[in-house]
Design a protein around this ligand. Structure first.
Ligand code: ADP
Ligand code: ZN
Ligand code: ZN
Length: 744
């Protein structure tokens, strides 16, 4: 075997540009991908990571690597490969991809953090310990705790058991426990009411058995088999499948990554994974955006050192430096949160499949409403579709009523229709029976726009081309795009008319409407305004779970992953706007939202019902959702996508231009279009630039070029050269988004 002679490195403090070095004979065969190296740098030397082994260097004269730091690569080799893949596919530079995988706080310190005592039981001494500790009560108690928990930090053990340090020292002295000094990693704060108990393992139903069977079959195949697309109605026991797959994988000595859409909104899911591991010697790390820099660094190193075996978190948890990966689960795979909005604009769901393939780790994608792309992959047998069609508890799916707002009486004192007659009656009757309801309106604030009836002037944001939303709670107008706010006007800014019209409704106004229609209702509004305070979200959920609230009203925050047996009624208000967005996924999103939120009703013994208020009752997204017909919707939507050549039939790429000068921005976009047409000829159709649906944000004018291509890889080189490489004037932002999610 021939060892590589050259290595391409990314400097630790920067990662942006790559440099080539020679590998001297004495170091050949010792450098792996991701290895930390000391390399000469001018008169000094710096630390850098090995990211590639080029055949020959880019420059003629290369210096040589000085030394190899650490025994193992800091970045697992597989993640280096993943970074490479990301950089290629999502058209970003390798440095940006590496920075995503190896966040700053981890990079600048190898190790780091303070050291602390870790106490663990000595294996094989159980019987002896039991016998000889009989007379020493405190030690016996401490021992019991230790042997069931598998070990812990000394400070925490003291807190948990009340046994002082002397007791633990005695256990160590008597040879029943060991202590070692390790880098301290804080355990998470226990939730209110403590950690959940051990999650019981139910007997699997027939469909669940079949799902496990399919998973077992696939993963025996070479390379981890095909990804499983677990398509199961809400409450059909998907999570139970994830849990079983996790247990099985751990028992074989392999490690697990679980991705969930938004960790802060899915405490129940996290608790179930943790519950299944209580009493086992397996550590689980929860990665979330609320972690401090130090905590992130600690988790990263703990994972890297192999002490954590299960990682659960939002999209970036996909980059957890676990080795021996045996399973990746992507829960609610259709969720928009898996796409990163800024560069590198990766889609964690798709990247999970890529990482799984690279490391021969089986992947499970689960959802009640898989995205069209995944569904299409399953249709073509690229993924293996497994269905769970029945709810576990035998509960039926709720009945969905479509309320035609065109037939509804207008409110006497003007303003929009908030609650229809039917929904009002239903909510009241549920309260009388002591049951609970959810009301969804995906729009925060009081009124989405304020208009002068006199001259027609709409209060717009000064910096963005969007109406500002009136927030009554604090008497402000807010821009939901740039967060700008100002106090609400008392008269028209244009003509001075003192009467202003509040158009449409947000959650604040709906709350007012519900409280007026149902006197004495106990209602909690849940949106990003009302849930700002730390812990507010958890508190609201706890209150609701304990039955201290009748109605939970809010934005899509309330539609996610929550399981409340006493919810029997769901109202959906104001979805027409979402159906009319200029985005080819508009229908799909509404369909998913409706099915998901409907799935929150009737998960207990009482059958549930759903009311969808709309002005377009015959829209396919609404009709298919009404019958919970995921296949029907997919079929019809695929037809529409096919007719227009939209994904999944072709790949979408969005090139965005934004700048302070409208004319210059447009000119640059036109210039790029010309270049691309020249490069591609007939191969790819390049449309003229068009103003983005939201034509101005934060004072910057925005233009889009929307491409649909057969294959991304064949055109990326040209895109990089013509769009990303040129030095644009500094006021101009140019970006390329492969598989874009946000077209506004
Ligand atoms: P999903 O993830 O599809 O929404 P879950 O896995 O959360 O469904 O299951 C819904 C409920 O049913 C949970 O409370 C879960 O503990 C329970 N459950 C799951 N599988 C079984 C089973 N085979 N027998 C009994 N209860 C089950
Ligand atoms: Zn006016
Ligand atoms: Zn704005």
């Amino acid at each position: 075997m021939k060892f590589p002679e050259y290595v391409r490195v990314a400097p630790e403090l920067g990662l942006d540009r790559l440099f080539d070095y020679g590998i001297p004979g004495r170091l050949q065969g010792q450098i792996a991908l991701g290895q930390r190296l000391r390399v000469p740098w001018g008169k000094r030397s710096i630390m850098a990571y090995a990211v590639e082994f080029p055949e020959r260097p880019e420059v003629e004269q290369v210096k040589e690597v000085e030394e190899v730091a650490g025994e193992r690569p800091l970045i697992p080799g597989a993640l280096c490969q993943l970074a490479r893949w990301m950089a290629d596919y999502y058209a970003c530079d390798l440095g940006a991809a590496l920075r995503t995988i190896l966040p700053g706080p981890v990079r600048s310190h190898e190790g780091g953090g303070k050291m602390a005592w870790w106490i663990s039981p000595v294996a094989g001494r159980e019987e002896l310990a039991e016998k000889s500790l009989r007379s020493a009560k405190a030690q016996a108690k401490a021992w019991l705790h230790l042997s069931t928990s598998g070990g812990g930090w000394l400070t925490q053990l003291v807190k948990e058991t009340g046994a002082g340090t002397a007791v633990w020292r005695a256990l160590v002295d008597r040879g029943f426990a060991e202590r070692s000094e390790k880098r301290f990693v804080r355990d998470e704060e226990a939730p209110e009411g403590g950690w959940p108990g051990v999650e019981s393992r139910p007997v699997l139903g027939k469909e669940q058995e079949a799902a496990m069977g399919a998973w077992e079959e696939e993963r025996k195949k070479e390379g981890g088999g095909r990804p499983i697309l677990l398509e199961g109605v809400t409450g059909s026991g998907k999570t139970e499948i994830y849990l079983r797959a996790m247990e099985q994988t751990l028992s074989e000595g392999k490690n697990v990554i679980i991705l969930v859409p938004e960790i802060s909104l899915t405490p129940q899911t996290v608790a179930r994974f943790r519950g299944r591991l209580v009493g086992q010697k397996v550590r689980l790390a929860v990665l979330h955006s609320g972690q401090t820099v130090a905590e992130r660094r600690e988790s990263w190193h703990e994972i890297r050192e192999g002490r954590v075996r299960v990682v659960i978190g939002a999209r970036s948890a996909l980059f957890a430096p676990l080795e021996d990966l045996g399973l990746i689960v992507v829960d609610e795979e259709h969720d928009g949160g898996y796409k990163q909005a800024e560069s590198p604009r990766y889609q964690a769901r798709d990247l999970a499949v890529v990482r799984g393939r690279m490391e021969s780790a089986p992947v499970i994608l689960g959802s009640a409403t898989p995205c069209l792309e995944s569904g299409w992959n399953a249709d073509r047998e690229k993924y293996r579709r497994v269905r769970l069609t029945q709810r576990v508890d035998g509960a039926r799916l709720p009945k969905v009523h479509i309320v035609d707002l065109r037939k509804e009486n207008k409110p006497k004192r003007g303003g929009p229709i908030l609650l229809s007659e039917d929904l009002t009656v239903a909510l009241k009757s549920r309260i009388q029976k002591g049951e609970q309801s959810l009301v969804l309106l995906n729009r925060r604030g009081y009124a989405p726009s304020v208009q002068c009836p006199h001259c027609g002037k709409v209060e717009e944001c000064d910096r963005c081309a969007v109406p500002m939303t009136y927030h009554r709670v604090d008497g402000t107008m807010k821009c939901h795009f740039c967060d700008a706010d100002r106090s609400a006007p008392t008269k028209c800014r244009e003509c001075g008319s003192p009467v202003l019209q509040y158009t449409g409704a947000g959650t604040e106004r709906l709350q007012e409407g519900v409280e007026e229609a149902i006197s004495g209702v106990r209602l909690t509004r849940m949106d990003s305004d009302s849930m700002k305070a730390r812990g507010a979200h958890a508190k609201a959920l706890t209150e609701f779970r304990e039955g201290r609230t009748d109605i939970l009203l809010g934005t899509q925050m309330i539609a996610k992953g929550l399981h409340f047996p006493k919810v029997t009624c769901v109202g959906v208000v104001g979805i027409d706007g979402a159906l009319n967005l200029p985005d080819f996924r508009a229908s799909e999103r509404v369909f998913q939202l409706l099915v998901q939120v409907a799935g929150r009703a009737g998960r207990g013994e009482v059958a549930g019902e759903v009311f969808v208020q709309t002005y377009t009752p015959f829209h396919p997204a609404i009709q298919f959702a009404r019958h919970h017909d995921v296949d029907g919707f997919r079929e019809q939507e695929l037809e529409y996508r096919k007719a227009h050549g939209y994904p999944p039939f072709r790949r979408a790429i969005l090139i965005s231009f934004s700048g302070a000068s409208e004319a210059q921005t447009l000119a640059s976009a036109e210039h790029v279009v010309k270049k691309l047409r020249l490069a591609w000829g007939e191969k790819v159709e390049v449309p003229d630039p068009s103003p983005a649906p939201i034509a101005r944000v934060e004072g910057r004018f925005r233009f889009h070029v929307f491409l649909l291509v057969e294959k991304v890889s064949t055109i990326l080189g040209d895109l990089k050269r013509e769009v990303l490489a040129p030095k644009w004037p500094s006021h101009l932002h140019v970006s390329v988004d492969v598989d874009p999610q946000d077209l506004l």
